[in-house]
Design a binder for this molecule. Sequence first.
Ligand SMILES: Nc1nc2c(c(=O)[nH]1)N[C@H]1C(S)=C(S)[C@@H](COP(=O)(O)O)O[C@H]1N2
Ligand SMILES: [Mo]
Length: 417
Amino acid sequence: MSNDKTLTKRRGFLKASLAVGTGVSGALTSNSASAQSNTFLEIDPWTKTQGATFVNPPYGLPSKYEKEVVRRLPNPAPIFLTASRTPIQNLHGIITPNGLHFERHHAGVPDINPDQHRLVVHGLVDRPMIFSMENIMRFPSESKIYFMECSGNSAAELKRSANNTAQQIHGLISCCEWTGVRVSTLLQECGIKPQATWVLAEGADGAAMTRSIPLSKMLDDAILAYAQNGEMLRAEQGYPLRLFLPSYEGNMSIKWLRRLKLGTEPWQTREETSAYTDLRENGKALQFTFKMEVKSVITQPSGMMKLKSKGFYEISGIAWSGNGKIRRVEVSTDAGKTWQEAMLQEPVMDKSLVRFRYPWVWDGAPAVLMSRAVDTSGDVQPTMEALIKTKSANTFYHNNAIQPWQVAANGEVTNGR
Ligand SMILES: Nc1nc2c(c(=O)[nH]1)N[C@H]1C(S)=C(S)[C@@H](COP(=O)(O)O)O[C@H]1N2
Ligand SMILES: [Mo]
């Protein structure tokens, strides 16, 4: 179904809710009623005086009424506090504000003075080099909007242990405009030896996080990023320099990047042997499953929210795929029996989050809401049952299954079965 048709359908929905006097039209009626009794036009105290000037510190903060919109730990909280999650259910559009970008670090956040930071490029290159931040920032740059997802995102939902928010289940996903230098630009400066096929990337944190990356990916779209959403990286995102590998599992986008080494095969580091592998039924583990697969999640309404009354709701959420663009998102309000096409917010970009919207009139009966994304490669987001069947019951990383949200008759929304 085209977006035009979806629009026509949406108008139909609004008409329907007007006819029964609920939802949006209900809200509009109550406003005009107060206008008639003249209370609506009364002048509020904050309109009668001069407002405060520069109440915020020079670097501004969100409104004090938004203080609940923060990064949070998963529920139940783990023993080691190693990740905080993005409040996806409170965000609009596709961009994650810098203060809300999820964090995942294996040995805390190092304090690095950019004047002292160095990036070493060595191994199978013609000219091994050491770059300062000043050197790196003199190269031609680019800015691109990309999602990043931890491959452990949504893992807890494979067991469905607790009633949780979208943030606690799926909050290891963010999307920013990343600015930096193409890795290919820097590697060309050093000269790539013809035998080179793999690159080792190492971080300067206490974990010295290290991963092997195919040279072809490094020469394709990899960025040495120093800025996110218009400002220099946040310390927790890898200040002053991180590797950014669009569409690959977040783990490979090495933060606090200090070293690139070119070689002929993967180095079999800790993070590609003991972790970040996909255990199959036969006890063998798949290595190097780099790409994050096609996925979507409804963020409004979602877990632990409550629908206050019957009537119109805009179902809205985010979709993404490591294969490229999202082609279509379908929404079901009857537990997957029937599916309708959602509207995709333009621009629909490669390896970026996409916002989808679908108009819904809730009749007050229990309902199950689901979204299913399809990407331009033709991949379709699987159900949890299908995912476990094709992958394994041992699956932990790379859970891209459909998330059902149950709406109870009292309006409570849960992920629980
Ligand atoms: N040096 C270093 N890089 C790292 C990590 C780390 O612990 N140390 N964590 C990785 C993991 S598992 C993920 S999911 C992403 C998270 O990036 P973020 O904290 O900016 O969201 O960084 C990756 N890069
Ligand atoms: Mo991760």
